[in-house]
Design a protein around this ligand. Structure first.
Ligand code: ADP
Length: 275
């Protein structure tokens, strides 16, 4: 009998252990898949970045070759080539700056400079600054914040300003001059978060593009030169990285031909709304 008991006991433990092992194996599998996806995205990003760096460098190299070719160049030829070099250098600068910024934001070992501030007051101040900013002067900026939106958020102010700048910048870039851009804020359904939205009446985004929008490699156009319709494609990745460092989430709803609405959340301070 004793032998039987000793035999049965481990079998129950074995069941528990197999179930734990099964759960752990599944978790490991999921983690491994996530890692593989991140590695794929990183590889794709490096390939895109190499391409993006190569294009302006090639253009600058050609312009320099042309200027030093010994041909009889007119002052106008010099001016055109130098302007091209200037534009392409600006592209390189902005790409490198944005890549470095994204790298720093994603590096969890770099602390955020957090301050606790009143959410509504911060957004109002941002809005009035934006009204005075020439980048947004060709559009109608509107603000809608409920009067009872009491609550504090603990954020890196400069980084949240960057999120708003990127979203407002895109709204301006992709929607016609004179159209409305609405900045709204509200309390999330379960009250724990501030939700901020930037809504435009631009061309909208195709449904199939929505799921890729925040990937580091996504841009609406393969042409990433200044003056083209899009930028370097890092703007929304920077938005996502900053929001996620603040334990928030970002999303986009869009209807083609009608406009887009980008929304991000930020956790309220636990007792902020009791103020
Ligand atoms: P970029 O604008 O530099 O290309 P972003 O990461 O900011 O890079 O945006 C990625 C893409 O998402 C854009 O190329 C564009 O196709 C699309 N997009 C972003 N914001 C908007 C918007 N408000 N309206 C329409 N398309 C947008």
């Amino acid at each position: 009998m004793t032998v039987k008991k000793e035999f049965e006991q481990p079998s129950i433990e074995n069941d528990t252990m197999s179930s734990k092992l099964f759960t752990t194996t599944n978790q490991l599998f999921a983690a491994n898949q996530k890692l593989q996806e991140m590695q794929r995205q990183r590889g794709e990003m490096l390939a895109n970045i190499s391409h993006d760096l190569r294009a302006p460098i090639t253009a600058i190299r050609s312009a320099v070759d042309y200027l030093t070719s010994g041909q009889n160049l007119t002052p106008e030829d010099y001016r055109t080539s130098l302007m091209l070099i200037d534009r392409r250098t600006a592209t390189l600068e902005s790409l490198i700056q944005d890549m470095y910024y994204l790298f720093c934001v994603e590096d969890a070992s770099r602390p955020l400079e957090r301050q606790t501030i009143d959410a509504a007051q911060f957004l109002e101040e941002y809005y009035y600054d934006a009204l005075a900013d020439s980048r947004y002067s060709r559009h109608q900026l509107l603000l809608d914040i409920p009067e009872d939106l009491n609550g504090k958020i603990t954020v890196d102010i400069q980084k949240i300003v960057r999120v708003l700048d990127n979203l407002l910048g895109n709204a301006v870039k992709y929607s016609p001059a004179g159209s409305r851009i609405l900045l709204t804020a509200a309390r999330s359904a379960e009250s724990s978060c501030l939700t901020v939205s930037v809504r435009d009446n631009g061309p909208g985004i195709p449904q199939e593009a929505l799921e890729h929008l925040f990937e580091r490699t996504y841009t609406g156009s393969p042409a990433r030169t200044p003056g083209s319709a899009t930028g370097n494609g890092l703007g929304l990745s920077i938005v996502k990285a900053i929001v996620e460092r603040h334990q928030g989430q970002v999303s986009c709803e869009s209807i083609e031909g009608k406009g887009s609405c980008f929304t991000f959340t930020l956790p309220f301070e636990a007792c902020g709304f009791l103020r």
